[in-house]
Design a binder for this molecule. Structure first.
Ligand code: NAP
Length: 241
């Protein structure tokens, strides 16, 4: 299976890349601008015996998303799977204090960006193809007082998953989502909360935060033929949260 993973160079995307590489699947990894992390990701995939290419593209820009899919198709000779994973958070605060610029960026990256990626995937994937959206358990919880903008953007991703699964089912393309809980990646520090995993982890139902590899295992399963009758599913990987 030839797979494009956006945000594939760090965190959950990178763990998914390593899991795909272990299955011998050739990969294209999208990222926004951290070329150092992209280089390290390619080294990691290579060390795992896999083959990957990395391309910079801001998912909030439709022209860059189209170019990313073009580059991935050229590099891999086509695409069979797409993981719509790139996403951001922003500093914790009540909605009343959020600027219009923040709200606009949150929705443009997490939701409009997902729509751009989904549109390209819908245009290009063949019969038997699969799309996996990386949402968040925040879509179900609402993230009151922390980031309702992020939660709302992911709620949109869940609705997109349900609708696109039905829209692409006649073409035998499966569409599913995962909703991670609190997962140990850079995203928390980038959102201004470097201690979030340690601070909140112990209070979670399973007594700890999750790992990126634990989310990746679900994504890889949903991509694979082993999930051949799963479509329109949204799988919580959130430790009973
Ligand atoms: P991460 O470690 O911060 O990695 C983010 C990745 O996305 C990087 O490769 C980054 O590229 C890329 N990216 C960010 N903004 C982008 C943009 N505008 N265009 C293209 N690429 C962009 O994040 P993560 O924690 O693995 O999160 C991955 C997904 O899981 C996100 O959708 C997030 O909302 C979701 N999620 C995470 C958690 C969690 O606790 N970690 C929980 C629930 C859901 P650069 O390296 O170039 O910046």
């Amino acid at each position: 299976m030839r797979v494009l993973i956006t945000g594939g160079t760090r965190g959950i995307g990178l763990a998914t890349a390593l899991d795909c590489a272990a299955r011998g699947w050739p990969l294209a990894l999208g990222y926004r601008g951290n070329a150092g992390a992209a280089g390290a990701a390619l080294d990691g995939v290579g060390a795992a015996g896999g083959k990957a290419h990395a391309f910079a593209a801001d998912v909030a820009d439709p022209a860059q998303v189209a170019a990313l899919f073009d580059q991935a198709e050229r590099a891999l000779g086509g695409l069979d799977g797409v993981v719509v994973n790139a996403g951001i958070v922003a500093p914790v605060m009540p909605l009343a204090d959020m600027t219009p610029e923040r709200l606009d960026r949150m929705v443009r990256v997490n939701l409009t960006g997902a729509l751009y990626q989904a549109r390209e995937a819908a245009r290009r994937l063949p019969e038997g193809g699969a799309i996996v959206f990386v949402s968040s358990v925040a879509a179900r919880l609402g993230s009151a007082g922390s980031y309702v903008d992020y939660a709302a953007s992911k709620g949109g991703v869940d609705t997109l998953t349900i609708g696109l699964a039905k829209e692409l089912a006649p073409r035998r393309i499966r569409v599913n989502g995962v909703r991670p809980g609190i997962i140990d990646t850079d995203i928390h520090a980038d959102g201004g909360e470097p201690d979030r995993v340690a601070r909140v982890g112990a209070s979670l139902p399973l007594g700890r935060a999750g790992t990126a590899a634990e989310v990746a295992a679900a994504i890889t399963w949903l991509l694979s033929d082993r999930a051949s009758y799963a479509s329109g599913a949204i799988l919580d990987i959130a430790g009973a949260r």
